[in-house]
Design a binder for this molecule. Structure first.
Ligand SMILES: Nc1ncnc2c1ncn2[C@@H]1O[C@H](COP(=O)(O)OP(=O)(O)O)[C@@H](O)[C@H]1O
Ligand SMILES: [Mg+2]
Length: 441
């Protein structure tokens, strides 16, 4: 009888939990659900007119946190190197990027650094339990990069708001894409028409998909479907699904296996998630490429005009395709073919792989895709295959890596961060903002 006082307490607890969950939901609204994939047959819709929204379409990033502290100070580093390894250096400057402290060192005595420095870095790794790495220095003899304890995010929108990106976006011939920022906190943006094909390598969780997403989102926010079409291949079926419904997705014509001519052909506009579909999609891109070459020849021009949009092909997790027993070889051949010829046809390729070994990054693929973005790799061998040198095994993960282009050399980067809220905001904008062309315009 006396236990009835427990009932109001239970009710109070239940009301409290209900309210706090409700409040959380209000504070963190779920991103809107991606529209259901547009499976065949696709309705014939009138062409629509769109405007590129620019950086403002993405949710406002949170404010930068307070000034960071150093993991290891310059003096500490000098002492450590001198006492433990008899390397006499002076730290002439320490710069900070969102993920790294970079100590620029001058050698006080001529020292044969090679193996000595490697041993010292190993020693520091063991002492501080952090992956230190050696870099070239623009002001000193060498630089040592130390990971920051309170690493900060570099948000896509912040990089898009810089004059460097805006200049690229204002150039009608360019397809601008955000990569991130470099070790001196300068924005790193590329023009996809100048660096057409990219290999992106690194272990699972190192930041490949986020980086590819940031490139894609910044390009999509700056270019309309008339200027840029995209083909997305994602056999893992996780990252790219929210893009279904985006008007930039290239409409492709698939013919059923064994059909003659265009008999039974259907049109698809979706993210491809099956190796078989991916193979067909790549063949379709090759067909487009050949058609464009033929058109250029017929018209007697070297450069295709505005009526041919740029096509950006992104393959997330290429390993799953290349190692597929049924389609692997054929897919490799198609990727190589596209990498060799597609640039002049305004087609650009970005391939990500979590297994940067010689089975996936075959000699042919490496030879034809010289632009690389390499994030944390599990071994020095993987680093050598993907980057041409060891060192990527010391990168810190979460978008810490290098971008390497044949004409521009290597730049250490922190990749820009974007997430599903950004994707949802962009897809929703384009879904809602299309207007049918009116007569005469
Ligand atoms: N540029 C970045 N800045 C901050 N965190 C990042 C960044 N890139 C990735 N991350 C973190 O790492 C996680 C895995 O990244 P992801 O790109 O999915 O890895 P991968 O595709 O290489 O397996 C992300 O969910 C995020 O938390
Ligand atoms: Mg991924």
């Amino acid at each position: 009888m006396g236990d009835y006082y427990i009932v109001p307490i239970l009710i109070a607890i239940a009301v409290y939990i209900y309210c706090s969950v409700g409040l959380k939901k209000l504070q963190n609204p779920k991103p809107p659900k991606a529209p259901v994939p547009n499976y065949h047959p696709l309705p014939i819709t009138p062409p629509m007119k769109y405007y590129a929204p620019g950086a403002d379409i993405f949710p406002e990033p949170p404010e930068m946190e307070s000034e960071p502290s150093e993991t290891i100070s310059g003096e500490e580093l000098e002492e450590f190197l001198l006492n433990e390894f008899k390397i006499d250096v002076e730290v002439i400057e320490t710069t900070q990027s969102p993920s790294l402290d970079i100590h620029h060192l001058r050698l006080n005595k001529m020292t044969d650094l090679g193996t000595k420095m490697n041993r010292a870095l190993e020693g520091m790794k063991a002492r501080y339990n952090l992956p230190f790495s050696q870099m070239s220095s623009r002001i000193g003899d060498i630089a040592i990069a130390a990971p920051r304890e309170d690493k900060q995010f570099v948000y896509l929108r912040d990089v898009m708001d810089t004059p460097e990106f805006e200049e690229l976006a204002d150039n009608p011939d360019a397809i601008p894409a955000v990569i991130g920022i470099d070790e001196n906190n300068n924005p790193v943006c590329i023009d996809l028409t100048k660096a057409p094909h990219f290999l992106v390598a690194g272990v699972t969780g190192s930041g490949k998909s986020v980086c590819a997403n940031s490139m894609l989102l910044s390009a999509l926010a700056s270019r309309t479907p008339d200027q840029l079409e995209v083909v997305l291949i994602d056999v893992k079926q996780v990252e790219m699904a929210p893009y279904n419904g985006l008007p930039h997705l290239k409409t492709m014509t698939f013919a059923p296996f064994g059909s003659v001519g265009m008999e039974g052909a259907y049109r698809v506009k979706q993210v491809f998630t099956e190796p078989g579909d991916a193979e067909t999609a790549l063949q379709s891109i090759i067909n487009t490429m050949q058609y464009r070459y033929a058109e250029a020849k017929r018209l007697g021009v070297r450069k295709l005009g505005k009526e041919y949009p740029h096509i950006l092909v992104i393959i997330d997790e290429m390993a799953d395709l290349m190692l597929s027993p049924a389609f692997g070889k054929s897919i490799e051949n198609k990727i190589v073919r596209i990498a060799q010829l597609a640039r002049a046809a305004k087609i650009h390729l970005v391939c990500c792989t979590q297994l940067p070994n010689v089975k996936v990054l075959t000699g042919l693929i490496r030879a034809n895709m010289p632009c690389r973005m390499v994030f944390h790799c599990s071994t020095a061998t993987d680093s050598r295959v993907s980057l041409g040198r060891s060192g990527a095994e010391n990168f810190l993960g979460n978008g810490d890596g290098v971008i390497s282009q044949p004409d521009k050399g290597e730049i250490r980067i922190q990749a820009a961060y974007s997430d599903e809220y950004d994707v949802a905001a962009l897809v929703e904008y384009y879904l809602e903002s299309g207007e049918p062309y009116t007569n005469g315009i």
